[in-house]
Design a protein. Structure first.
Length: 286
């Protein structure tokens, strides 16, 4: 009996060790889930656009879309309210073609939008990594300030879910006009421990995306958005990021899930973003 128990315990330990080893080896694949197939383009969603190719400092080429603001969302002279541009950092799965409903919302608010796929996503070259995505974010910023001749105060940095990582990294180093963080987590070890509580995630994690530490370094006005119904990134983690953020800051609680809250709560969502930008940016929007 004792030998059987020892053998069983050893088998369990070996099995658990194998699971831990696999989790460590494949953690990038668990975090980064790109797709190369584009499901649609902005013109299919009723928006004019220009395909852009952004070069990174380490030789990758990022594919994205520049979507200029429409002139119909305000009763104002053409272009008067289209001074602000939203730099859109998306989440960990798919590619930019799966974010067109969200882009449409910002388009209706009278914003230009630049949305670019990270390396290894969509039609961008390379393979995703945390450090690589930071280089991608910096390249997008340079595209806006150089190719589009924007000043930093005209740029709104937006990060949803994993996109909060490049958003907070960039905003902590530069000076955008505003930052919007939606459904973001504190850091990768925290979100990993939530979903894989049976694994020593904090000891295994090589990726960080440490939003909680970085938001304190961001001077720009910040709007944090999260839903209590989010089953991917717990509401409590989003609140922790908000609590760690420096003033000025604002929190909007929405309804809906991780991937559809911005649609379920569209009226409140859009009104709050519009009011936030009107309060903090000299955009001529109101």
């Amino acid at each position: 009996m004792r030998r059987t128990m020892i053998n069983t315990a050893l088998a369990i330990a070996v099995g658990y060790g194998a699971i831990v080893g696999l989790a460590f080896a494949f953690q990038d694949q668990l975090l980064f889930q790109p797709s190369s197939r584009l499901l649609a383009t902005p013109d299919e969603a009723g928006m004019d656009y220009e395909t852009v190719h952004v070069s990174t400092e380490d030789g990758e080429t990022l594919h994205g879309w520049w979507i200029p603001a429409a002139d119909t969302s305000r009763e104002t002279s053409p272009g008067e309210f289209a001074k602000q541009t939203l730099l859109f950092f998306h989440g960990n799965a798919g590619n930019i073609s799966g974010r067109l409903e969200s882009v449409q919302q910002f388009h209706r608010l009278g914003l230009n939008v630049l949305i670019v796929d990270y390396r290894g996503y969509g039609q961008s070259t390379g393979s995703p990594s945390e450090e690589g995505i930071y280089r991608d974010a910096e390249a997008c910023w340079e595209y806006l300030t150089e190719a589009q001749n924007l000043v930093p105060q005209e740029i709104i940095v937006f990060g949803r879910s994993m996109g909060g990582g490049p958003a907070t990294w960039l905003a902590a180093r530069l000076s955008p006009g505003a930052v919007i963080l939606e459904s973001v987590f504190t850091n990768v070890p925290d979100i990993g421990a939530h979903h894989y509580s049976f694994l020593p995630v904090r000891a295994l994690a090589t990726n960080q995306f440490d939003n909680e530490s970085r938001v304190a370094e961001i001077d720009a006005p910040k709007l944090h958005i999260h839903s209590r119904e989010d089953r991917v990134v717990p509401f409590e983690l989003g609140r922790q990021v908000y609590e760690a953020a420096a003033e000025p800051k604002q929190f909007l609680e929405i309804q809906g899930g991780h991937n559809d809250g911005f649609l379920v709560s569209a009226e409140t969502y859009l009104r709050t973003i519009d009011d936030f930008l009107a309060e903090h940016l000299d955009s001529g929007k109101k």
